[in-house]
Design a protein. Structure first.
Length: 392
């Protein structure tokens, strides 16, 4: 049995409306049926664009967000069903490193107080002296001097604050650490230091990581297995090297094509997949496959009506797509463009936009009255109109 297993986890936030009496008029489907497993000592990387539900899923594992449906089984215990007091005891074994290191540290407490607070709550250390000694050891492990204990969060750099966040998780001796964008707010050189630190701590302490990030290079470097999320669900899961060598889901293909290649000749020759439209709202997700509104290989059958399950296609490579084999074999043709036309639309649409813009520029200026929509005012003396066209 895996150390951490998620089974059909859903996190839905109600949308309420009403002046005096709140009534639920809908839901935001932030996480909608995610199943995955993390083995002991493994690093599981979770990637996807902003708003896909990665952080919400990580917080749901710790019950910082209420789980609407599904199970989170940690070492044989379903955390979703635990009462609050019992869940509090389990949090010693499940810790989180938050995305914003400064925002996650109390500015009114010094570092010793911040780290000792959790230890005292979970009964770690017989007295203050023993806790202080353990804090010194942990700070040394993360590369901070012992005199850091008397200083406050604002006195440290971003990289040092993130090390403090890691130390706060380590003092409780956890089995699993959920790292939510642990290096996204740091400089590249500091990112490398923090990533190397996480790897060293994993080797020496036998830690298990769930790393949430959108930096694909960082995730590839640190992860054993990678899951790709889109609009609240997993669309692909595979070992790190296999996923980067041959992504099989159309969304993952587009995601990987966005990663720049340092060789300019290779960069010029490789295919860049551009997707149509924007990410749909999680409050009103598409029916069927969540990606079908933007998928270059969308088909008339199944895609808009049936949600594909995450199935193993061989070698532990799981994909949620009805036509994975056909796309790989080349028997299914692209139905949507993936070049620059995917962004600017067809030539007809572009020509209509130009004609509309020219007509607005030639029309006389109008002073909007009450209730009128704002209109563009023609530029004077050859200066360009700085207004933003409506509806874009």
């Amino acid at each position: 049995m895996s150390l951490l297993e998620l089974d059909g986890v859903k996190v839905h936030f109600p949308v309420k409306k009403g002046l005096f009496f709140d009534r639920t008029v809908g839901h935001v489907y932030a996480v909608d049926g995610v199943s995955l497993s993390v083995e002991s000592g493994q690093t599981y990387g979770l990637v996807g664009e902003s708003g896909c539900g990665k952080t919400t899923l990580g917080r749901a594992v710790l019950r910082l967000n209420d789980i609407t449906e599904g199970g989170v089984v940690f070492d044989g215990t379903d955390l979703a069903k635990l009462p609050s007091e019992e869940m509090r005891a389990f949090r010693r074994r499940l810790q989180m490193v938050f995305q914003d290191p400064l925002g996650s540290l109390n500015p009114r407490q010094n570092i010793e107080s911040i780290l000792a607070e959790g230890m005292a709550a979970h009964g770690i250390g017989k007295d203050a002296a023993e806790r202080r000694k353990k804090i010194e050891d942990i700070l040394a492990k993360v590369g901070l001097p012992s005199n850091a204990m008397s200083r406050y969060p604002h006195e440290f750099s971003g990289g040092q604050r993130q090390r403090i966040g890691i130390a706060r998780a380590l003092v409780l001796e956890p089995d699993v650490i959920i790292c939510d964008e642990p290096v996204s707010a740091l400089d590249v050189s500091v990112q490398a230091q923090v990533i190397n630190l996480l790897e060293e701590l994993q080797e020496s302490l036998g830690l298990t990581y769930l790393v949430i990030a959108h930096d694909l290079a960082v995730v590839r470097h640190i992860s054993d297995v990678i899951g790709v999320m889109y609009l609240g669900g997993l669309v692909e899961e595979a070992p790190s090297d296999a996923l980067y060598a041959g992504p099989r889901h159309p969304y993952t293909k587009a995601l990987m094509s966005a990663v720049p290649v340092p060789d300019p000749e290779v960069e010029d020759r490789r295919e860049r997949i551009l997707l149509h439209g924007d990410l749909p709202s999680p409050a009103n997700p598409p029916t069927g496959c969540r990606f079908h509104t933007r998928c270059p290989w969308v088909q008339e059958t199944k895609c808009a009506t049936e949600r594909p399950p995450l199935l193993d296609t061989g070698d532990g490579h799981k994909v949620a797509c009805h036509f994975t084999a056909e796309i790989e074999a080349g028997t299914v043709k692209q139905t949507l463009a993936t070049g620059i036309e995917a962004v600017i639309g067809t030539e007809t649409v572009a020509a209509e936009a130009v004609e509309t813009a020219e007509g607005e520029a030639e029309s006389p200026a109008k002073v909007p009255g009450q209730g009128d929509a704002p209109v563009a005012v023609p530029a004077k003396d050859g200066a360009q109109d700085q207004g933003v066209p409506g509806g874009s």
